[in-house]
Design a binder for this molecule. Structure first.
Ligand SMILES: [Zn+2]
Length: 407
């Protein structure tokens, strides 16, 4: 794998050396002319390097990360819109690298067909400006033969996988399960979402009859019956019935004493994320709610410049500068009835008044603008109708502490 030798695996910026080297590798394996001919810029025109989260087989699959030559695969990640080649790296060394143009490139995924000469190995992506992703952590298994005709003796089976182990309500990425059923004929399928604390099925999908060997995806938005569900661990469970009446499930009920983490296709669901993404200390005394002269929030101390994210998504109600609060924003939290205020930001927030922000979206940096003694986030929560519009502040410390512990 010559790529991993020059890319540190975490690089988010295009690097000149890797772009040059890659250019020659792509030429050697007859890459798309566009990719090979594009001079590596590494300059102002270069976008962020593509970032891969996972690769998954979509059609004619043997499993979620196993396909045949000719299978369609989907690579998920970030900054993928400008990807113009998909590199099947095979074994270490450039000799067996194969690169193809994607069938389709979107911001968050790229589809490609497994080329005839590709062999099992990691997959990497290269964008039009030469920026290269780190390879996938896990290899894509590639069967060198074209998909065999399904045989009925293999029996009904389900392969299932969730995207991500932790999902925040209202975040950019929702809970998502992918599954593939294997059988000789199309199979009847139902999917349930189970709350693992009490085993209750809180949501159900009925995709109906699905084709064997084709990846299916179901997304959960965090609600059931119109209500945001409580924090905890959940699992998708896929049920299938073959045409001959055989049934299968992707997971049996976990035996008593099994760690919920061990349940297949399970994930942690949380409604908030702790807003300071770095080392921090909760203030006491006058820095706590009600401290000093009727302090209406909780101060959390952190180095100036520490990243701040929205604890909960929602609409930005105010973005202003105030002599005491400094740079601040107020977000009307989605489906909470609360406003969330973030004050003393280092500079004006990264989002604008009226914007819809998602849970976990970067909103700015810890600072000490306004009347602040030391770098800190002053955080307030106001019950509806909201911040200085008829609502009243609550003590946010117990909530902050809980989010901190969980995220
Ligand atoms: Zn304060």
């Amino acid at each position: 794998m010559p790529h991993s030798a020059v890319v540190d695996g975490r690089s988010t910026r295009p690097r000149r050396t890797s772009a040059y080297l890659l250019g020659s590798v792509l030429t050697a394996v007859a890459a798309t002319p566009a990719a090979a001919a594009t001079p590596p810029t590494g300059g102002a025109l270069a976008g962020p390097a593509p970032k891969i989260r996972a690769v998954q087989c979509r059609t004619d699959c043997m499993g979620l990360t196993a396909g045949h030559v000719g299978s369609r695969v989907r690579v998920r990640g970030k900054s993928l819109k400008r990807v113009d080649s998909v590199v099947f790296q095979g074994a270490p060394g450039a000799a067996d690298d194969v690169s193809v143009a994607p069938l389709r490139a979107r911001k968050r995924y790229v589809d490609a067909r497994v080329p005839r000469t590709a062999v099992t190995g990691p997959v990497a992506l290269v964008s039009a400006d030469g920026a290269e992703s780190a390879p996938t952590a896990l290899p894509l298994t590639i069967d060198p033969t074209a998909p065999a005709a399904p045989s009925s003796s293999d029996g009904l089976a389900i392969d299932v996988e969730v995207q991500g182990n932790r999902v925040f309500y209202g975040s950019e990425r929702q809970a998502q399960v992918s599954y593939i059923v294997r059988d000789a004929q199309p199979v009847q399928v139902a999917v349930e979402l189970i709350r693992l604390t009490d085993g209750v099925a809180i949501a159900r999908w009925e995709p109906g009859v699905v084709q064997p060997g084709v990846a299916q995806t179901i997304t959960w938005d965090g609600t059931a019956g119109g209500r945001v569900q409580r924090d905890g661990r959940y699992a998708f469970r896929v049920f299938a019935t073959s045409q001959s009446g055989v049934t299968a499930s992707s997971a049996q009920a976990p035996a008593p004493g099994t760690s919920p983490k061990a349940v297949p296709a399970s994930f942690l669901f949380q409604r908030h994320i702790f807003p300071i993404r770095g080392a921090h200390t909760m203030g006491g005394g006058t820095a706590a709610f009600g401290g000093g002269r009727g302090h209406q929030g909780q101060d959390v101390f952190a180095r100036c410049g520490t990243r701040l994210v929205a604890a909960r998504g929602g609409r930005v109600k105010f973005k202003q500068y105030h002599s005491a609060a400094g740079h601040y924003i107020v977000v009307d939290g989605d489906a909470t009835g609360y406003d969330y205020a973030y004050m003393h930001l280092r500079q004006a927030a990264l989002v604008d008044q009226g914007d819809q922000v998602y849970t976990g979206q970067p909103i700015g940096f810890v600072g000490d603008t306004g009347r602040a003694h030391g770098c800190h986030l002053h955080f307030e929560m106001w019950k509806g109708p909201g911040w200085y519009s008829g609502g009243s502040p609550i003590d946010p410390l117990p909530l902050l502490a809980a989010w901190d512990k969980a995220s």
